[in-house]
Design a protein around this ligand. Structure first.
Ligand code: BG6
Length: 477
């Protein structure tokens, strides 16, 4: 029998986000979160990543609209179906399940003095069920679920007062669930604020004069809030592990031309600066210079500096789907643009498939920080065809197999990687395109993009494959 290279207690599993799966958008006192504002638009071109912004008027319009379909208000009804859905994951042998808690279920407007007990009670039941099914829960405190009131009345994370409101929420979670949950990710993909400015920070494009400056301030505020949550966790229980998370956006240079290599370095640093702060305890010079040259004023108090220096994060969570490429010829000096890589094929949404990129990025983060790493998300979004009550998703097996092989290479190099979570182990609503039909799961859920269908669950062929991967601790892939 093939021998496994993975550590004995390696956490194999999957990840979901409350807003993409739970539905029950107005039950048990839940408030509106910003994820509930996105309608499905069959006309929209989802073949590329678009910057998602909203104006205040658009927020108000979505709040009062009863014409369009808002997929994240319905998800796959996991709020009610979780006991049955978790059974599928148990059958695959999941050792871990990453979920997010929806801020708007706990503090419906984000600024109440007391939490909503019905919301807390739901997550008590859910976490108990996760544990009873043999899975270690990993909880994300914020996965694009900012209460809409925080946007409308505070202007999102740009406002320093939101630090206190978020920390109050975070402490409530640690106190209530700290006995059940050891691993916490404070903010999903803290670096994605250039692609998802509204989702990430809750700032409407017309609420501030200089959106870019406001975004960097918002991220500063999120990092300060994260440090305060680390401080609270250490006081509460030294066993708790608090992590930060990057969506890996690493770009390769187009070729060996020095200017392309420097552009790739600059591009990548626009993500790394946050983990540099959160692991090394201070802002690196290259980003301070960037702020100065752009004339951005980021308010940072002495107390912030002390917090960031003292309360650094315990682990790094990474989501990895694709890699990127940059070239001065195609992208000019733009530190955020990227171009298609001619060496790689992409899925129908233009996400380039690059298993070696996973090896590349994990190795880089390990070399840079030497902090434990969790793969918090990885997977292939595809249109699946249900035939004879199953889906022949060999393309998904191929994608996951090649990525797990690269993960194994990292383990062999001695990287401390302790978990692998496949994204969306049961089909759920897409974060970027609002489609149900961009599917990632091992379990097919019979809903279309308008939420029509029976909602029945079917095992795809990848189901048995992943079960075997887990049963052999990654030896049989
Ligand atoms: C990650 C997000 O960036 O990508 C998830 O954390 C998301 O919420 C996943 O679902 C896949 O993206 P999409 O847009 O295909 O759902």
């Amino acid at each position: 029998m093939a021998k496994s290279s993975f550590p004995e207690k390696f956490l194999w599993g999957g990840a979901i986000a409350a807003n993409q799966i739970e539905g029950a958008w107005n039950e048990d006192g839940k408030g509106m979160s910003i994820a509930d504002l996105f309608s499905y638009d069959p006309e929209s071109d989802t073949s590329q990543l678009h910057v998602s912004n909203m104006t205040k008027a658009q927020v108000l319009e979505a709040l009062h609209d009863d014409q369009k379909y808002y997929p994240k208000r319905h998800g796959i009804d996991f709020y009610h179906s979780y006991p049955q859905d978790l059974k599928y994951l148990k059958e695959m042998g999941f050792k871990t399940f990453r979920l997010s808690i929806n801020w708007a279920r706990i503090f419906p407007k984000g600024d109440e003095l007391q939490p909503n007990e019905a919301g807390l009670a739901f997550y008590d039941r859910l976490l108990d069920e996760v544990i009873a099914n043999g899975m270690e829960p990993i909880v994300t405190m914020l996965h694009y679920e900012i209460p809409v009131n925080i946007t409308l009345n505070y202007g999102g994370f740009h406002n320093r007062h939101v630090i206190d409101l978020f920390v109050q929420y975070g402490k409530t979670l640690l106190e209530r669930f700290g006995e059940k949950v050891k691993y916490w990710i404070v903010i999903n993909q803290i670096n994605l604020f250039q692609i998802e400015p509204f989702n990430s920070t809750g700032i409407c494009i017309d609420q501030v004069e200089n959106m870019q400056e406001a975004l960097y301030q918002a991220i500063h505020n999120q990092m300060v809030a994260s440090a305060q949550i680390v401080k609270a966790a250490r006081k509460l229980n030294k066993q708790l592990k608090i992590g930060t998370m990057l969506a890996d956006l690493t770009a390769y240079p187009e070729n060996s031309a020095p200017e392309n290599n420097v552009l790739a370095l600059q591009h990548n640093r626009m993500s790394y600066y946050m983990t540099d702060v959160q692991f090394r305890g201070k802002y690196p010079g290259y980003i301070l210079r960037y702020f100065a040259e752009k004339q951005y004023t980021i308010t940072q108090t002495e107390a912030d500096e002390e917090l960031l220096a003292e309360y650094t994060m315990d682990f790094l969570a990474i989501s990895y789907y694709f890699s990127q490429m940059v070239s001065t010829e195609k992208n000019g000096a733009d530190r955020f643009a990227a171009s298609p890589n001619p060496y790689l094929k992409a899925n129908p949404w233009g996400w380039a498939i690059d298993p070696k990129g996973l090896y590349h990025c994990i190795s880089h983060y390990w070399d840079r920080y030497e902090k434990p790493i969790m793969i918090a998300e990885n997977g292939l979004g595809m249109y699946d065809k249900l035939e004879n009550e199953t889906v022949k998703d060999d393309y998904r097996i191929d994608y996951l197999r090649k990525h797990i092989q690269q993960l194994e290479e990292c383990v062999k190099d001695g990287v401390d990687v302790f978990a692998y979570c496949a994204w969306g182990p049961i089909d759920l609503v897409s974060a970027s395109s609002q489609e149900m039909e961009k599917r990632y799961g091992f379990v097919y859920v019979d809903y279309d993009n308008f939420g029509k269908g029976t909602g029945k669950r079917y095992k795809k062929e990848s189901f048995d494959w992943y079960k075997k991967v887990i049963a052999t601790n990654g030896a049989k892939i």
